[in-house]
Design a protein around this ligand. Structure first.
Ligand SMILES: Nc1ncnc2c1ncn2[C@@H]1O[C@H](COP(=O)(O)OP(=O)(O)OP(=O)(O)O)[C@@H](O)[C@H]1O
Ligand code: SF4
Ligand SMILES: [Mg+2]
Length: 333
């Protein structure tokens, strides 16, 4: 296969490239049978960045791995460019795999310590038999250069790199195949603040140059606001709100989103936000009935409907804005 024929064939411009429908996940080794992800549905359009935010432990990495079909999913479907992943086996699955790539949360564990930087970035091209040897080398060099890793770095092994450099190698390895979807699981959270902006800008530049589509998991809300076009808010493994990034940050509707934003250390917002304190301890799991956020919710804690009836994800007045709440917008920032 030549590099040209290996490039993506995209359907109509605005057809979603990724469709996640009713995704659920139960870890088989959990004796309690608790669903870490429950009924997660969303779509990603070509060329956009979908941000996913939520507290530690809410299921962001589990979702990333489920999208990539690592570790299996328990319910629902993931469809990439019109093909459902669970139906694919063997060679078909391998062909699909090259169309989606992942940058893992831990940048240190994911690189082979014995391989040189150039070998690491060439490897996916070799695995998927893209181009000949010379073409592969050329392409790997090109991507490394674009990410600010010049010739000096190519023969080094991972232990001879800084954290930021290693993460850039992991990103180069992910995007060298020009995947349809790149899932980035907190790609900058382990990096120094000074390198974070640099890596984000490189990711944006490459996205523009190659027409890449990202699913970007972020701990830091300011990063999600800056980097994502649309944002999903996860709470205890469920989507509680979804909106275009600008709209979500200007006009959050779900009490959890409002509380999450109010707790973020964002100096710009100090004068326009009050701090909202949530009741009780962070929950480890959803209550058996009603709204998952009800035990901590300043709006619905004492409301019968919230304690007994689970709210569905409903469209709101603004286009593309959805929230799972019986009383959206009652809690204001
Ligand atoms: N292999 C596993 N077996 C059982 N439970 C797991 C496993 N991996 C994760 N979990 C549990 O699933 C939940 C979601 O974990 P996950 O790693 O997806 O969270 P996260 O949102 O990525 O958190 P963080 O922001 O800290 O990275 C947690 O309660 C975690 O303890
Ligand atoms: S449904 Fe009720 S408990 Fe749940 S977030 Fe909305 S107001 Fe709070
Ligand atoms: Mg995680």
């Amino acid at each position: 296969m030549t590099i040209e024929t290996a490039q993506r064939e995209t359907a109509t411009e605005r057809d979603p490239v990724l469709v996640v429908d009713g995704l659920g996940k139960t870890y088989s080794r959990r004796a309690d049978g608790y669903r870490v992800l429950k009924d997660v549905s969303f779509q990603v359009l070509p060329g956009e960045t979908l941000g996913i935010v939520g507290e530690s432990g809410c299921g962001k990495s589990t979702l990333a791995r489920a999208i990539m079909r690592l570790g299996g999913i328990s319910e629902g479907s993931v469809t990439l460019g019109g093909t459902e992943l669970s139906a694919a086996r063997g060679r078909a699955l391998r062909r699909l795999r090259r169309r989606f790539q992942m940058v893992f949360q831990d940048p240190f564990g994911s690189l082979d310590p014995r391989m040189t930087v150039l070998e690491i970035v060439e490897q996916p091209l070799r695995t998927h038999r893209v181009g000949d040897r010379g073409e592969r080398r050329e392409r790997a060099r090109e991507v490394l250069q674009a990410l600010g890793l010049g010739e000096d770095f190519w023969q080094r092994v991972p232990s001879q790199l800084s954290g930021g450099q290693r993460q850039r190698v992991a990103i180069a390895r992910a995007i060298v195949l020009r995947p349809d979807i790149t899932v980035l699981d907190e790609p900058i959270s382990a990096l120094d603040v000074s390198v974070q902006a640099q890596v984000l800008n490189l990711l944006k530049k490459e996205q523009k140059a190659l027409g890449l589509t990202y699913v970007f998991i972020a701990h830091d809300l300011a990063v999600a606001e800056y980097f994502a076009d649309r944002v999903l808010v996860l709470y205890l493994g469920q989507v509680v709100e979804e909106a275009p990034a600008e709209e979500l940050f200007a006009n959050p509707q779900h009490p959890y989103t409002v509380a999450l934003f109010s707790a973020a250390p964002d100096p710009r917002a100090a004068d326009r936000k009050r701090r909202i304190t949530l009741a009780g301890e962070p929950q480890a799991r959803r209550p058996d009935q009603g709204c998952p956020f009800a035990p901590r919710c300043p709006v619905g804690r004492d409301r019968e409907k919230c304690r007994t009836e689970a709210p569905g994800l409903q469209p709101l007045a603004t286009d593309g804005h959805r929230a799972a709440c019986h009383y959206p917008a009652e809690l204001r920032p």
